[in-house]
Design a protein around this ligand. Structure first.
Ligand code: ACO
Length: 430
């Protein structure tokens, strides 16, 4: 915080208004507009494009330079040298763990991977053809009906147990939502396996045969979780904070985050990328779709391109592209038609003035969809996997908020509806 001030002059107001300006450790200064309320004025910022809704120490993004730091560590260094659970520890506690801390953390997460047996019967209430994200919204929210001993948000121990439960159980529930949709038995977690390996085991294993998860694919899966672990105040994280600000329990808050993530402008984009590639169908039709994306009268957008914050490259996309190359080499996939469309589309869009002028680069979802498809994950599960990885980010932000001082989130509005008018009886209405 600093002594800087911004001075605001408003037409029709004699006095000028002095507003405090705060500086973070990185990034632009922010103007504290709280003093406007007492003058009966609010700021207007649809989409929160220029509003900092909170103070946070977890993640920093410089969209212009393509920088993403978790607790100060660049994402590419974490992707190369760390793993998902270690990054979870970093996000939650602020520092990289020592060897002993890491071992304790990993073994504690593993002890929570099973879900209450009655949750299995809960699944039977869904239609088999339900979208797995619909199932996840319901089941994760329902965890608060099963784990009453971690709902007291004022108790630090409860908060810690809820965090472990959510990180540990999300892959189990995600795999269950898939197994349910294809009519196969649910797989119990195997706690001898690593986090991502265990997820692939529960997704693709069956009780009749031993699982054989490729270490290369497990590493790629772990990287996908790691690259999605947190992204500061995005739509779903802000949703979790807003829900949490009312004092709601963590399972309900994370369910709210899952709902916000589902939309195609956010986490649903990885699924939408694959659907778009399938709709394009052939390299010869790319120009037609690029023209549609540029046409203002056509709602079509190139899925997997553009980002609210990154106006340079998305640093996660760079790492994801490398991971995609590893996976495709491991699986010996070179002539996949969708991959050919994706590569050509990327090339055309990067050379097209429309995309260059608007700084629309491929984002993380463009490449993650390709990897997930190569691993054999069905398209409908893509956003679920994003939700599994992002769970730690949601919890870290929720925890940061709850353990500091916070108020219920309550945005205001610019009202443009009717002024006051008298009620009209039914028989007098035209
Ligand atoms: N295809 C074509 N044109 C686009 C695209 C796109 N994917 N994205 C943005 N534009 C254009 C807009 O039409 C607009 O053009 P204009 O200035 O001529 O009107 C300009 O680029 C700026 O776009 P905005 O919509 O103002 O950008 P905003 O920051 O609001 O939206 C968003 C960002 C939602 C990500 C957008 O780029 C988009 O819809 N992309 C496709 C969906 C996607 O990939 N989402 C994943 C985001 S990453 C994540 O959640 C992990």
């Amino acid at each position: 915080m600093s002594d800087k001030k911004a001075t605001l002059k408003v037409d029709g107001l004699d006095e000028t208004i002095e507003l405090p300006v705060y500086s973070g450790t990185l990034g632009p200064d922010v103007i504290d507009v709280g003093a406007l309320t007492s003058r009966d004025m609010f700021t207007y910022d649809p989409g929160f494009v220029s509003t900092a809704a909170c103070e946070s120490k977890i993640t920093y993004i410089d969209g212009g330079k393509g920088i993403l730091l978790h607790r100060g560590y660049p994402i590419d260094q974490l992707a190369e040298h760390s793993d998902y659970l270690e990054t979870c520890y970093l996000l939650l506690y602020g520092e990289l763990p020592t060897a002993e801390q890491k071992e304790t953390f990993v073994s504690t997460v593993k002890r929570h991977t099973m879900v209450h047996e009655q949750i299995r019967t809960f699944f039977n209430g869904f239609r088999r053809d339900a979208h797995p994200m619909a199932v996840m919204c319901g089941v994760v929210g329902a965890l608060s009906a099963f784990y009453h001993d971690s709902l007291d948000i004022s108790d630090e121990h409860h908060r810690q147990v809820a965090a472990f439960r959510l990180i540990a159980k999300m892959p189990t529930l995600a795999a269950m939502s898939y197994k349910f949709s294809i009519g196969q038995p649910f797989m119990y977690p195997d706690n001898n396996m690593g986090y991502a390996e265990n997820f692939l085991h529960m997704m693709f294993g069956n009780p009749c045969e031993p699982s054989n998860v490729s270490p290369v694919l497990a590493r790629a899966m772990d990287r996908i979780f790691l690259l999605h672990a947190d992204h500061e105040q995005n739509a779903s994280t802000s949703t979790v904070r807003l829900a949490g600000s009312s004092g709601a329990n963590p399972f309900a808050c994370i369910a709210a985050g899952i709902a916000a993530l589902w939309g195609p402008s956010h986490g649903g984009a990885n699924e939408a990328v694959l659907e778009m590639l399938e709709e394009i169908g052939d390299v010869s039709r790319i120009d037609e779709f690029v023209s549609r994306a540029k046409d203002k009268d056509d709602p079509f957008r190139l899925m997997g391109f553009g980002h609210r914050v990154y106006k340079n490259f998305d640093p996660r996309a760079k790492v994801m592209k490398e991971a995609a190359d590893d996976v495709l080499a491991e699986l010996g996939i070179e002539n996949d038609p969708l991959l050919a469309i994706a590569k050509r589309l990327e090339q055309i869009a990067l050379e097209d003035p429309y995309f260059i002028e608007r700084k629309l680069y491929p984002n993380v979802d463009f490449y993650s969809g390709i990897i997930l498809k190569a691993i054999g994950i069905p398209t409908s599960m893509f956003t679920v996997i994003f939700a599994v990885g992002r769970t730690v980010g949601w919890i870290a932000h929720w925890h940061e908020m709850i353990s500091g001082s916070y108020r219920i989130g309550r945005p205001r509005q610019l009202y443009t509806g009717h002024t006051q008018r008298d009620f009209v009886a039914l028989d007098k209405r035209s």
